[in-house]
Write a protein of this length. Structure first.
Length: 142
């Protein structure tokens, strides 16, 4: 178990990383004419305990997509954030921190199926890769 100072630093680093992600995605989504609304979610973490994290709800016409932090730690990853269609939680893309950015894992319908989203093709998250995934999600929503 981390000391309270270490835990506070881990929490601040995690929240800072999420804040940058939320701000980037909000900007990209609004450039694509999506409405956005920041939301809050409570996570339970073995080192940090209960804490609140930001998420982002995107809406265009009747299509809604949620950017939702899932965990600060996961096997082989220093965080997981999912991006998916609502309300059925279909068509999931997952984001994993890597270096100073995020890696986007998404399985296009044309790709060969893999057992987990983590094994899907990944690309660095950028405005371009975000747009590609959102466009694909919109196609699948129709």
């Amino acid at each position: 178990m981390s000391t309270s100072i270490e835990a506070e630093q881990l929490k601040n680093d995690w929240l800072s990383r999420l804040s940058v992600l939320i701000n980037d995605v909000r900007t990209w989504a609004e450039n694509l004419q999506w409405s956005t609304r920041q939301i809050e979610k409570t996570l339970e973490d073995t080192e940090l305990g209960r804490h609140k994290v930001p998420g982002l709800l995107l809406q265009k016409d009747t299509t809604r997509i949620l950017l939702e932090p899932i965990a600060r730690q996961a096997p082989g990853a220093d965080g997981v954030v999912d991006l998916y269609l609502l309300p059925a939680y279909d068509d999931i893309a997952s984001l994993y921190p890597q270096d100073d950015g995020w890696q986007l894992h998404y399985m296009l319908p044309s790709q060969e199926s893999v057992p987990t989203i983590r094994e899907a093709e990944s690309k660095p998250l950028s405005q371009t890769t975000f747009e590609e995934v959102v466009e694909e999600m919109l196609k699948n929503a129709i």
